[in-house]
Design a binder for this molecule. Sequence first.
Ligand code: ADP
Length: 284
Amino acid sequence: TITVLGSVNMDLVTTTDTLPAPGETILGATFALTPGGKGANQAIAAARAGAEVEFIGAVGDDTFALELRETLVLNDVGTQYLREVEGPSGVAVISVDRTGENSIIVVAGANATVTDLSADELSAVGQADLLLCQLEVPLETVTAAASHARANGTTVMLNPSPVQPLPPDLLEVIDVLILNSIESAQLGPAVLAAVPHVVTTLGADGATYRGPNGEEVVVRSLPVEAIDTTGAGDAFAGALAVAWEQGPERALTWACAAGAIATTRAGASTSLPTEEQIQAALTL
Ligand code: ADP
């Protein structure tokens, strides 16, 4: 099994001709509510890619909470460790203009309350084959989960997004980093060198792997007509986690296919491919 510790948000997405200036009120064209959050998206990506997945995180007590939970359940993500806390669920308020430029405000809400892990949650982490985390829940909690995973032989995979400095006690228990080239540049070579396995995504160019003995794998992406790259990174991370035990070459190939498929569909959680779809894309 894969245990995902991370965020779950409702994305409030408006499209407009141009983004409003400060103090300005404008008319938008469309509005949509879509379940998101990197944690939930990657958990759904892994479940669709064929793994048994448990999610550790929190929703609030507002009207979004029910739909966020239901989205995880409908995608076969285990929610026994999804807490409901007082206050608002996490939200991302997103505006996209006609050129595709966006402005985004994320309010952590319930995600910020995941400050400690229960004995049951720690035990789920310790019993999993792999722990997958991002940085949209408090860093201390990610560090505690990752340390417990390492102590119990669970592989620790981290997508350090949104990028921030990694404390030494987290860095030393990471097995696999998955990052894009911007995050890679921001963390810097010394941090990357401290992690045994580093997977760097390169958008339309695919992804690269660097192993503990300096071995390298380069996987090109599938040629697709990308219409919306939202969710591509999450599709990649979820699929990589599922295929990791098959070795880096196979895992990157599988993850690149998942990422490419996600770019051909609109939205984040709605664009994540199934195991059959990934398999079909690779045998074409
Ligand atoms: P992020 O969205 O996190 O910045 P990337 O843009 O690097 O990450 O995309 C993640 C993965 O999604 C890539 O490694 C690749 O497999 C796939 N992908 C992204 N954009 C494209 C594209 N235009 N064509 C094909 N595959 C893509």
